[in-house]
Ligand binder design. Structure first.
Ligand SMILES: Cc1ncc(COP(=O)(O)O)c(C=O)c1O
Length: 461
C-alpha cells in the first residue's frame, strides 16, 4: 500500500472521529499557530510524509468542526462518509472530466447522477444539467442560458455579439433574493442594480400580486428556501404570470429545492417544476464534500449555447454528452462522482429521511427556544430557525458567548430590521442529542430575563 495515502487515510479517519468531542470553533492557540505557516517557499524538496504531517498538525486543530453534528452556521451541509470516500477515490483517478474521450468512467457516473437528480427533484427529465462549484455558479450558468434564450427570441445572439447594443433585458428579483444571485447578474452584464424588485411578505416570500406585467426579453428570479427563514416563493402563481408574458423563470434553490425529494415537505415547492431553470447545491443538503453545485435548464440547447466550447482538438458533439458544453470550465474534477455515491448509498428514501430529519431538528430547536421564553422570528417550515434574545446587542452578545463556549456554532444575521441568531440544520451528523445539548448551551448562555445575563461560567473547552 502507498504509505502516504495510507497515512492520509489514517489522519482523516482520526480527524473525523473527533469533531463531536471538541469545541466546534477552533481554539485561539490553534488559530495563532497558523501564522507559523507564513514561511518562505522551500528551496528544495521536502519528504511528502513531513508535508502531510504539517498539514494535519497545523490544519486539523484550526478547522471549524462542521463535520460534526453541532455546526449550525450559514447553511453548511456535512459530508456523508461514502461521499468523502468516493471523492478520495475519484481524486486518485485524477480524471479531467471535460469530456468522455478524456474521462469515460466519470462521464458515465455523472450522466447517471444527473438523470437520478432530475427524477428525485422532479424536474423535466430531458433538462440539461451541469455540475459546478456551488449555487453561485449554478445561478450564473442558468442565468446565462436564460440570457441566451430571451435575447435569441428578440433576434440577438448574445454569445457572439455581447450585450452592447442588445435589446434591454428586464430582470425581476424578490426583495429577499440571495446576494450571490446579484453577483451572477453582475458577472453576466445584466447588472446587480438594474433589476425590478418585487416586495416580499413577513417570511421573505415574493408577493405574486406585485409581479409587474412584462414585455420583451425578461427573466424572473425566484427562490426555494430563503437563507434566513427557509421560506419558498409562490412558484405556481409566479410561473403562470411570468410565462403568460413570455418571461423565463429561474429558481435559486440552493438548499430549498431538496424539499422536492422529501414527501413531507414537497408541498412547499408546489409549482417549482414549471420554471425554466434551477440552481441548487449538492454540498448543502445532499451532504457531499465542497465544492459541488448544480444547474438544470429545461431548454438544453439554451445552456449549451451559453456554455459550449469548440476547438479543433476537442471532440465534436455526437451521441455522447460533452460536459464542457454545459459548464463554464473546460477542465474540471468529476463532482458528479460524489453525488452518484451519495445518491447510491442513501437511495430515494435515505435522501427524504436526511432532509426531513434536519427539519424535525429545526422544529425541536424552535420549540425548545420558545419554551425557554425566547422569540423565534420565523415560521419554521424547513431547516432554518431565527431567534433573538432581546435587543440587538444582547443577541450579538449571546452569539459571541455561544461561539466562544464551543458546544455549538450559530451565526448572526439580520432579519427585517432585527439582529437575530440563525440556526441552520443541514447535516446527516446532527442527532437529537446534539440538538438538546446545543439548546441547553443556548439557554445557559442567554439572559434569563431581558437585561440580565446568565452568571454560569462557560463550559470547559
Ligand atoms: C438561497 C441561496 N442561494 C445561493 C447561495 C450560494 O450558494 P454557494 O455558496 O453554494 O455558491 C446560498 C448559500 O447559502 C443560498 O442560501
Amino acid at each position: 500500500m502507498n504509505p502516504l495515502l495510507h497515512d492520509a487515510a489514517l489522519r482523516a479517519s482520526r480527524y473525523l472521529a473527533g469533531p463531536d468531542d471538541r469545541p466546534v470553533s477552533p481554539g485561539a492557540a490553534a488559530i495563532a499557530r497558523l501564522a507559523e505557516l507564513d514561511q518562505p517557499m522551500p528551496e528544495h524538496p521536502q519528504p511528502a510524509d513531513a508535508v502531510l504531517r504539517q498539514l494535519d498538525e497545523f490544519g486539523s486543530p484550526a478547522t471549524m468542526a462542521s463535520a460534526g453534528g453541532r455546526f449550525f452556521g450559514f447553511v453548511v451541509g456535512g459530508a456523508l462518509p461514502v461521499s468523502v470516500a468516493a471523492n478520495w477515490l475519484a481524486t486518485a483517478w485524477d480524471q479531467n472530466s471535460a469530456n468522455p474521450a478524456a474521462a469515460p468512467a466519470t462521464a458515465a457516473f455523472e450522466l447517471v447522477a444527473l438523470r437520478w437528480l432530475l427524477d428525485l427533484l422532479d424536474l423535466p427529465r430531458d433538462a440539461a444539467g451541469a455540475f459546478v462549484t456551488g449555487t453561485t455558479m449554478g445561478n450564473l450558468c442558468a442565468l446565462a442560458a436564460a440570457r441566451h434564450a430571451v435575447l435569441e427570441r428578440a433576434g440577438w445572439d448574445v454569445e457572439a455579439d455581447g450585450l452592447f447594443g442588445a435589446p434591454p433585458v428586464t430582470v425581476v428579483v424578490g426583495a429577499e433574493a440571495h446576494p450571490t444571485l446579484f453577483k451572477a447578474l453582475g458577472v453576466l452584464g445584466l447588472g446587480r442594480n438594474r433589476v425590478f424588485t418585487v416586495p416580499v411578505d413577513g417570511q421573505g416570500r415574493m408577493r405574486a400580486e406585485c409581479l409587474p406585467r412584462l414585455a420583451g426579453p425578461s427573466i424572473v428570479c425566484v427562490q426555494a428556501g430563503n437563507v434566513n427563514t427557509g421560506a419558498f416563493d409562490p412558484f405556481a402563481a409566479l410561473c403562470e404570470q411570468a410565462h403568460r408574458d413570455g418571461a423565463w423563470v429561474h429558481v435559486d434553490g440552493a438548499f430549498g429545492l431538496w424539499a422536492q425529494a422529501a414527501p413531507a415537505l414537497r408541498h412547499l415547492c408546489a409549482g417549482v417544476s414549471q420554471a425554466d431553470s434551477w440552481a441548487t447545491d449538492a454540498h448543502k443538503w445532499l451532504n457531499v464534500p465542497y465544492d459541488n453545485g448544480l444547474a438544470f435548464v429545461r431548454d438544453a440547447n439554451a445552456l449549451r449555447a451559453a456554455m459550449s466550447v469548440t476547438a479543433a482538438y476537442l471532440p465534436t458533439p455526437g451521441a455522447a454528452r460533452i460536459a464542457s458544453d454545459f459548464t463554464p470550465e473546460l477542465s474540471r474534477r468529476a463532482r458528479g462522482v460524489d453525488v452518484w455515491a451519495a445518491l447510491s448509498a442513501l437511495g430515494r428514501s435515505g435522501v427524504a429521511t436526511l432532509v426531513e430529519r434536519c427539519c424535525a431538528h429545526a422544529q425541536a430547536f424552535a420549540q425548545g427556544l420558545r419554551g425557554a421564553g425566547f422569540e423565534v422570528l420565523n415560521e419554521v417550515v424547513l431547516n432554518q430557525v431565527l431567534v433573538r434574545f432581546g435587543d440587538a446587542q444582547t443577541t450579538r452578545d449571546v452569539i459571541e458567548a455561544l461561539q466562544a463556549d464551543g458546544t455549538c456554532w450559530c451565526g448572526l444575521t439580520q432579519w427585517q430590521g432585527h439582529a437575530a441568531m440563525r440556526i441552520s440544520v443541514c447535516s446527516w451528523a446532527t442527532t437529537d442529542a446534539d440538538v438538546q445539548r446545543s439548546l441547553a448551551a443556548i439557554v445557559r448562555l442567554a439572559p434569563t430575563e431581558p437585561g440580565s445575563r446568565s452568571r454560569d461560567p462557560p463550559a470547559p473547552r
